[in-house]
Design a protein around this ligand. Sequence first.
Ligand SMILES: [Zn+2]
Length: 65
Amino acid sequence: MHDEVAAYVLGVLDDDEHEAFERHLDGCERCQAELMELAGVPERLDELKQDPSASEDDPPMSMSR
Ligand SMILES: [Zn+2]
């Protein structure tokens, strides 16, 4: 059951499994913690993607007069 956190996050569980896992999650701190961790991954990836160098805007070509 503990192994299904990833599948739950990815949304690949059957309706039955989904329901069963949510019921399990309700009383399982371990899975709740893991769920938080997994759920935070996309956010963290997004932060990593924000490359500081990307914010450096080059002036448009029309400036060269
Ligand atoms: Zn669990």
